[in-house]
Design a protein around this ligand. Sequence first.
Ligand code: BG6
Length: 509
Amino acid sequence: MMAEPSDNPFRAGLARERTPGPCVLVLFGCRGDLARRKIVPALGRLAQHGLLPPSFALLGVGRVELSDEAFREEMRPSLEKSGASDEVAAGLLSTFHYRQFDTSSEDGAASLKERLDEIDRSHGTGGNRLFYLSTPPSAFEPIVRRLDEYRKLCAGEPGSQRIIVEKPFGRDLSSARELNRTLLGVFDESEVYRIDHYLGKETVQNLLVLRFANAIFEPLWNRRYIDHVQISVSESLGVEGRGGYYEESGALRDMIQNHLLQLLCLVAMEPPAALDAEAIRDERRKVLRSIRPLTTAEVPLVTVRGQYGKGSIDGRPVPGYREEESVADDSRTETYAALRLDVDNWRWAGVPFFLRTGKRLPKKVSEVSIHFKDIPHRLFDDGGGRDAWNANVLSLRIQPDEGVSLRFGTKVPGFDIRIRPVKMDFQYGTSFGTAPPEAYERLVLDALIGDPTLFIRGDVAEEAWKLVMPILEVWENTPPDYPNYAAGSFGPAAADEMLERDDCTWRRL
Ligand code: BG6
């Protein structure tokens, strides 16, 4: 049974969450993995919490012919898993419709319009549309071209139209620019919602609250007190049947260009002038523009790539990446990437930001850790190592065991002075008694409402690509020595050596 927001005393008195207006969600790629695993369950949870508008419908769009009933049956298991009650799930399913749509068909736009007009009449959705591109990226452009025709057919009619675009947003700077051009030829930037699901995570949003709703952290949040920052997204899973996609992508494109750089932005950004979408997105962009671009000569010194060979995770043997389905025997795709970046501005000059992510590491953990500088003078000399003295680390646990912990040195009880690091811990689960909402729940709700704060603006996507381009180019032109880490280990030794050059070590996850 899902906890209701009002069940918890910590949440009592909080303003009722916002509810969107009437809308049809037009889901392209409605039978795909993402729709089943994330989008439809998110709708189930929103419905359960009473956050979908009374006038709501979903139009699933796909290539094959399918009746509404058959589509509903296909979607039923995803709703059942969402935690929505039987009654809520049945009510929501009755708003699901399906339309076969062929982007090459001449009358695609007109027949889509006809179907949506019908839905407006039966569900009272008033001409409001949220298109959702959850297809492989190769389909984005043909769909957007048809949506252009569709919009022309609707010109002058009431209703709003927005579009959510799933990742990957391009595979390099030029394809991202091209995709932006295509989208912005049809939609206004304010109507485009580019997904980075990390921004929808509760703990990621808490980064700004922690920084800007508390007086104690921000005075220390700069080069005078912070030694370095680590951002780690470790995954124990491999590519899970997505070898075909991953071969074209790799860790740098799949994770660093988007999720990890966005986390960096939230750690490093200045307080926004206001809590509105553009002010916040402007600040995120400023961080990306302040990151020192890497030269070709620097890339081998401040980046590390890896690919896992066979090994074991939780005592279970797992194959190497090259043995995975749809992966080439001599694949050059990296399943691990680590970088050292500098943010060249007044706040951060001289503070390295270390980023790492990898598949088939020992566990799934995402964490941002802020490592504070050493004390200036040692009053107590207990013979303890640097670990005891350099104790102050603020760690923001994004998942799992979501929470925040602060490490500091403490006297070990006894008659002499010995210092050991201890932790002060906050955990969402125990404090609020409820699991944080899923990222997709938040993002779908925001797009329905029309709040783009947690989405990527077009210029921000391009800035992020600019930063990874030199790395992609050097990596593509230098043959790697793969596999170079065993599944179940914390990545290649070269990643440890990279930190040692700055007299740092990766935090144990
Ligand atoms: C996706 C990547 O964007 O994020 C996947 O394509 C990755 O490869 C996933 O596994 C990780 O997301 P999360 O929310 O499980 O950390």
